[in-house]
Design a protein around this ligand. Structure first.
Ligand code: FE2
Length: 211
């Protein structure tokens, strides 16, 4: 995108891109290593992530000590790989009552605002590919146009909400504009009753659902 084509007052996208790359290069944390969640049923979870979504199972670790309770235990920890080498990981305890009590008691009623995991694909074509996999498997999803990205949301067999998002043409320009103002925006929202939304379309029409 040509920075000079931006409307007056808009950020220079090229400059922001360079600044972002330099900022990220300085961060010692290079990517997500893994994100872990409890599985109700590991075979069902494996089917969902490996067979439907295409994330390969690359490791299963059997553990005999629970660092939370500080007691001997028996559980497994599986790793499903994403394109950058990071993983979605899942636990299952041998003690079914304990596993199900936690899974059913705490995760079934999880509010998506409390927790969801968002994964990135590279472009709408890739997102359409994921949608086809879900559709073919009979998994329901919803589309949402966030303006700064485009997402779909669905639930895995454990009740965890998964978002898959792609950046869009406007993403860099929106971040280039929003980035320098992010701290002020955060503090203004905290200090005032109301302020303008970053997404005018959504403010008027609600969450924008696609197909
Ligand atoms: Fe999200």
């Amino acid at each position: 995108m040509d920075g000079h084509a931006n409307p007056a007052g808009a950020a220079d996208v090229e400059a922001y891109r360079k600044e972002s790359q330099e900022r990220q290069a300085k961060n010692p944390v290079k990517r997500l290593h893994h994100h872990a969640y409890l599985a109700r049923d590991m075979e069902e979870t494996r089917h969902f992530y490996e067979d439907i979504l295409g994330f390969p199972l690359v490791g299963t670790w059997i553990e005999r000590f629970n660092p939370v309770t500080n007691q001997p235990d028996n559980y497994m920890h599986t790793f499903f790989e994403l394109g950058d080498g990071s993983c979605l990981a899942f636990f299952q305890f041998k003690n079914k009552a304990y596993n199900d009590e936690i899974a059913l008691g705490q995760f079934n009623n999880n509010n998506p605002f409390s927790h969801h995991i968002a994964l990135e694909v590279d472009g709408m074509e890739s997102l359409e590919g994921i949608k086809k996999r879900l559709k073919d498997a009979g998994v329901e999803y919803v589309d949402t146009d966030h303006g700064f990205c485009y997402s779909i949301y669905f639930f895995d067999p454990n009740g965890m909400q998964v978002e898959i998002a792609t950046n869009v043409e406007a993403t860099e320009e929106m971040f280039a504009n929003a980035g320098p103002a992010a701290l002020e925006t955060m503090r203004t929202w905290l200090a005032t009753e109301d302020m303008a939304t970053n997404n005018e379309k959504r403010a008027k029409e609600g969450w924008v659902k696609g197909k």
